[in-house]
Design a protein around this ligand. Structure first.
Ligand SMILES: *Cc1c(COP(=O)(O)O)cnc(C)c1O
Length: 335
């Protein structure tokens, strides 16, 4: 199967499985797991933060990160379509009693800082207390520039706000920007990074931040049931991914570009290769046609999620020759 639905569908490689099987482990709730400790130290170093915390998912990483910054009745400003507002089942307000203030997202994936400023609450007991600005990079495959990150960070600081970065795909951003992780994460007080997306680990995310933030996040992680025991088996996959699967993300970006260019030749599809910045291709088509296309491709061993706007995601398990096969099959369908 060639699975284009997400970069979360990857299988751990043989080499990764070997590292998992051989991992030294201990009880991580006692902070006794040497492999988890090693992963956390590695991520802290790469992100330029004092500390890091291994958690089961990006959703939990964002949740404990937001709760480390905001107390009950405090507010975070967030993009209307960002994961931390839309795709986490309302966890922050439901579980944390903190208040999201969504702002419409600009076409480039950023938040307009004038709009952000207009929703910051003044100190008045009618209002929730605005505490945090939450950004996302990459957003829908779009890379947010270092220049914007710096502007947003400086702006937040000038307003007394902290910044949390949902960097689920932060390495896709740094590879596209040609910079180090810490060049990006210097503009956030905390950052959440997924190991289980393009990096190809089976499970896990890491939250990075200063000592106090991670101390609070560890407490919240325990409360929401994310304290894992011999988690080194999973952390080993993460370390392997950080050592071996970061630079190769450039290949996923290149494959996405080629696929977009091939699909753009098909008049029934609307694809803009010039907008492809990382590993995602967005395709617009008629909804019914997309449903037929999905059925057809499934018979050819290709999985997509049909829709008026489709997101096809390139990853570790999709090889260059698959890109040719995919575009040939899509062309065959329309012929
Ligand atoms: C996938 C994703 C997450 C959450 O990750 P899970 O591990 O699926 O919970 C958070 N933010 C963004 C932008 C994501 O793409």
């Amino acid at each position: 199967m060639i699975d284009l639905r997400s970069d979360t569908v990857t299988q751990p490689t043989e080499a990764m499985r070997k590292r998992m099987a051989a991992a030294a482990v201990g009880d991580d709730v006692f902070q006794d797991d040497p492999t988890v400790n090693k992963l956390e130290a590695l991520m802290a170093e790469m992100s330029g933060k004092a500390n890091a915390l291994f958690v089961p998912s990006g959703t939990m990483s964002n949740l404990v990160g937001l709760l480390a910054h905001c107390q009950r009745g405090e507010e975070y400003i967030v993009g209307q379509g960002y994961h931390t507002y839309l795709y986490e089942a309302g966890g922050a307000p439901v579980l944390g009693s903190i208040v999201p203030q969504p702002v419409e997202i600009e076409p480039d994936g950023t938040l307009d800082l004038t709009k952000v400023e207009s929703v910051i609450k003044k100190d008045d007991y009618h209002f929730a207390r605005t505490k945090l600005l939450c950004l996302e990079n990459t957003h829908n495959g779009k890379v947010i520039s270092l220049d914007y990150m710096q502007k947003a960070y400086d702006f937040a600081k000038s307003k007394g706000l902290s910044v949390h970065l949902d960097g689920a795909r932060a390495f896709n951003a740094t590879v596209a920007l040609g910079c180090e992780l810490k060049d990006l994460t210097q503009y956030a007080d905390s950052v959440s990074i997924c190991l289980s997306k393009g990096l190809g680990a089976p499970v896990g995310s890491v939250l990075c931040g200063d000592k106090d933030t991670i101390k609070w996040a560890r407490r919240w992680r325990k409360m929401v049931g994310g304290g894992m025991r011999q988690a080194g088996v999973l952390a080993a996959a993460g370390i392997y991914a950080l050592e071996n699967h970061v630079e190769r993300l450039a290949r996923d970006h290149a494959k996405a570009k080629v696929l977009a260019e091939r699909l753009a030749e098909i008049p029934q599809l609307e694809v803009k290769p010039e907008l492809v910045q990382t590993n995602m291709v967005f395709i617009r088509s008629d909804k019914a046609v997309a449903a037929h296309l999905a059925d057809y491709l499934l018979q050819k061993g290709i999985r997509i999620i049909p829709g008026e706007t489709m997101r096809w995601v390139l990853h570790l398990d999709i090889k260059q020759e698959h890109v040719d096969y995919i575009s040939d099959q899509v062309k065959a369908f329309f012929n």
